[in-house]
Design a protein around this ligand. Structure first.
Ligand code: FRU
Length: 478
């Protein structure tokens, strides 16, 4: 084991990292910083999830890979650090990538970043590391297996990262993000043995000014590409860097989208998702619940950890659009159930039965004469996370401007959430510093972080006019 790996591993055992704001059933950084989920897969009967990891500080730094494993995607065990930047080809960092199972080994494909050259530039090249036991990884001696010299003309060796490796009919295939001029592109490579790769073609272009973290798979007869697109020409910080899904097919080895790209999550904190397939065929997705545009509140607060992953979400397609629902196995976390009396509501009502910092809630409302309602969540003292639904505009606004330290200038976000059969249904998960909202059976998902000052969270409902509450139940989560 290299010294860097050993040091990183020991760092994870550091005691005394505060658990203030740490979610109970979302994966979070053990210490230091995490971003992007990596290598999400199933190997030898267990799920594995890795993440970009900087063990020594609560901000981004030289990237390692943290590692968790799970039998059921609900309870995760922290594994030892999988990769550290300890070779010439990755001394600048082990950037994002994916995993594949080959010859009974778990193979990670990641981006090795070199240390800066005289002009301050770092090469990004694709590398592999393998493990027989799913715990200890050895980097291939042939690394980088896709060197910068394999790039087609005009593609930047300094923006060439996040390989998505899959087993294909003729061997292995990889899709890697790059920048051609000022355009984000996904490049396609093939290999018979994972070690020698051949460039094929530009798989898809016009992905903003750069794209990141492709996740490509076949799904119900369609081809699906998830990618996080950067477009420096966009001023809205949440749209300047956001994760999308494209559904389409393959023609002439290139990807042909059949519809416009769909934003995966309409909240403030969601990026770089990865998926894997469950043995029963379900496609499950986990994203990094943060935005590059945000301040890092746990850092501001002097805590020694930063970074949370979303819950695993079951994905499906409804009329060509992505639908996300919380993994049904999460129900096993449900503890005490509380119900509210149903009926007509107007004005302010404290939802006394819905207190607690770790909660699942189901609410269904029909407007009657109401123009809008406000749902205050994570309510402590004068603070709350505000969710406003406008029945006329059929829009939902998240507002965390009055909920703990500011995470940046952009604390509000509005999205279109149409009523379905004249009703709005909300399925909400609150886990100390993260809120995930699934509207109308998963047609819209919204993720946001918030760090209220108090610890005992309450909730209340304010209806402007009269609305009918058709369902209101919640569980304390274990
Ligand atoms: C996306 C990203 C990836 C890169 C990684 C570095 O959030 O920028 O493109 O591999 O983070 O940590």
């Amino acid at each position: 084991m290299s010294e860097s790996l050993y040091r990183a591993w020991k760092m994870m055992e550091s005691n005394g990292v505060s658990d203030r704001y740490r979610p109970r059933w979302h994966i979070s950084a053990p210490v230091g910083w995490i971003n992007d989920p990596n290598g999400f897969c199933r190997f030898n009967g267990k799920y594995h999830l890795f993440a970009q990891f900087h063990p020594y500080d609560t901000k981004w730094g030289p990237m390692h890979w943290a590692h968790w494993s799970s039998d059921d995607l609900v309870t995760w065990s922290q594994e030892r650090v999988a990769l550290a930047p300890d070779q010439a080809f990755d001394a600048g960092g082990c950037f994002s990538g994916t995993a594949v199972v080959a010859d009974q080994a778990l193979v990670l494909m990641y981006t090795g970043v070199t240390l800066p050259d005289e002009s301050g530039k770092c090469l990004q090249q694709q590398c592999v590391a393998t493990s027989r036991d799913g715990s200890i990884f050895s980097k291939a001696t042939f690394n980088p297996v896709i060197p910068a010299s394999a790039l087609p003309e005009a593609c930047s060796p300094f923006d060439f990262r996040d390989p998505c490796i899959r087993r294909g009919a003729k061997g292995f295939e990889a899709w890697v993000a790059s920048k051609r001029g000022n355009e984000g592109v996904i490049l396609h490579f093939i290999s018979k043995d994972i070690f020698a790769w051949k460039y094929q073609n530009v798989f898809l272009g016009s992905l903003g000014t750069m794209c990141e973290c492709p996740d490509y798979f076949e799904w119900n007869g369609k081809k699906v590409l998830l990618t996080s697109i950067i477009d420096e020409r966009i001023s809205d910080p949440y749209m300047r860097q956001a994760a999308y899904i494209l559904v389409g097919r393959e023609g002439q080895a290139a990807f042909i989208p059949e519809a416009e790209a769909q934003l995966i999550d309409e909240g403030m904190d969601f990026y770089a998702p990865q998926t894997t397939e469950m043995p029963d065929g379900r496609r499950v997705m986990i994203g990094w619940a943060q935005s590059w545009a945000d301040a890092i509140p746990t850092r501001q607060l002097g805590l020694e950890w930063s970074g949370i992953m979303t819950l695993p979400r079951e994905c499906s397609l409804r009329k060509g659009r992505l639908v996300q629902q919380p993994l049904r196995e999460l129900m096993c976390l449900r503890g005490q159930m509380d119900r509210m009396d149903l009926g007509f509501f107007s004005g302010m009502t404290a939802l006394e039965v819905f207190t607690g910092a770790c909660r699942e809630l189901l609410l269904e409302l029909a407007p009657m004469t109401a123009q809008a309602f406000e749902l205050r969540l994570m309510q402590t003292g004068n603070e709350y996370f505000l969710l406003t639904y406008d029945f006329n505009a059929q829009s939902l606004t998240l507002d965390r401007s009055n909920c703990g330290p500011s995470l940046g200038d952009h604390s509000r976000r509005t999205s279109n959430v149409p009523l379905v059969d004249g009703k709005l249904s909300l399925h909400i998960f609150i886990d100390r510093s993260i809120i995930e909202i699934f509207c109308n059976d998963g047609e819209t998902a919204l993720t946001a972080l918030a760090f209220p000052n108090g610890t005992d969270y309450g909730a209340s409902l304010y209806v402007k006019g009269t609305a009918k509450v058709l369902r209101a139940e919640g569980w304390l989560m274990n």
